[in-house]
Design a protein around this ligand. Structure first.
Ligand code: FO1
Length: 334
């Protein structure tokens, strides 16, 4: 069985770990291809950092910090402190010493002319995540956030000056607390699906949308020209799991992102954002948490079959059960 999943960072990675556990529990033979978001990627101190690719690689490879969800376990931040001592910006980014090795390998390989796909494959040789990890694109497509200048500067009309900051700065430095007027994925129009991405969608027996950020993770992947159309035309069922439970994101700040794009922070709102495949969207089924069961009729009225199940990834067994339900709903008799 070919499973293809779109993934952002921590939520997506943790779901994928549960999927692997379910397949192992049932002794099922399946190949998983993960299409990872690269809109969060950033150059920092001359290093190319790919947060969502690294989070999937480390989490499934057994090297991630369980406490932080990102970066390495047993991490130190000496280089970060030394850079701060030199007064070098940015000081707000948590650049870990072990993590730097990954960024050095990636940055030197990219400088030598290798593609991000090649580099990601090479890095995964060490980590053996148990999935094929593909960047959504080898071209640079970075999410930037339009906010009122935090310095309080005003434009010539006396209105707050609007500036664009990198998503990482908005997410980490400002904790998404600056109201975002707009997300701009710089370079997205020239981005092409990375090698293998469209094939992984066309060849899949089932496609999963884990509970990643629907705007800046899944939404960014869908913004790569060709990917949304591929999902709409594949024969594989597309099953999504809501990242919003009880009107709030399970983790992260997806609510701030949904507000920016004018979508209600609810399981229903995100279902509507993705849309039913029968209504020019991409979903064939939508899994929501039991606590949102009241929303099933409204979601099904959108043309999206919906099931309310336990959706909290409280531990590996709970996440494996979610994955089992997603495959069941996909009608994939595994
Ligand atoms: N997230 C934070 O909240 N603070 C950080 O300092 C931070 C550093 C960081 C370094 C490498 C990396 O791969 C991820 C890192 N993240 C950090 C997480 C990252 O910002 C988010 O996981 C994604 O970009 C959003 O999904």
């Amino acid at each position: 069985m070919q499973i293809t999943a779109l993934s952002g960072g921590i939520g997506g990675a943790r779901f994928l770990r549960g999927l692997q556990q379910h397949l192992a529990n049932e002794n099922l033979d399946a190949d998983i291809t993960v299409i990872g978001n690269t809109g969060d990627d950033i150059w920092i101190h001359g290093l190319r950092i790919c947060p969502d690719l690294d989070t999937v690689m480390y989490t499934l490879g057994g090297g991630s910090s369980e406490e932080r969800g990102w970066g390495r376990e047993g991490e130190t931040f000496n280089a970060k402190d030394e850079l701060a001592a030199y007064g070098v910006e940015p000081t707000w980014f948590g650049l870990g010493d072990k993590d730097i090795a990954t960024h050095l390998v990636r940055s030197t390989s990219l400088s030598a002319g290798y593609s991000l796909s090649d580099v990601t494959t090479a890095l995964c040789q060490r980590w053996q995540p148990g999935v094929r990890l593909l960047p959504m694109s080898n071209e640079r497509a970075e999410t930037h956030v339009v906010v009122d200048d935090p310095s309080g500067a005003l434009d010539s009309s006396g209105a707050p000056m609007r500036i664009a900051i990198h998503f990482q700065e908005w997410w980490i430095r400002y904790r998404a607390s600056l109201p975002a007027h707009e997300f701009v994925i710089v370079g997205i129009d020239d981005a092409r699906p990375a090698p293998g991405v469209l094939d992984a969608i066309a060849a899949a027996d089932v496609i999963l949308l884990p509970p990643s950020n629907p705007v800046v993770s899944i939404g960014t992947i869908l913004a790569v020209p060709g990917i949304r159309d591929a999902l709409r035309s594949t024969s594989a069922p597309v099953v999504g799991l809501s990242p919003i439970v009880g009107g709030a994101p399970v983790r992260g700040m997806a609510d701030a992102c949904l507000t920016t794009v004018g979508v209600e922070t609810s399981a229903l709102g995100v279902a509507g954002l993705y849309g039913a495949r029968t209504q020019s969207g991409i979903l064939d089924a939508w899994l929501i948490d039991e606590s949102d069961a009241h929303a099933v009729p409204a979601i099904e009225a959108l043309g999206i079959p919906c099931s309310a199940i336990p959706l909290m990834m409280s531990d590996l067994d709970a996440t494996a059960a979610m994955a089992a339900q997603a495959l069941r709903v996909a009608g994939t008799h595994v």
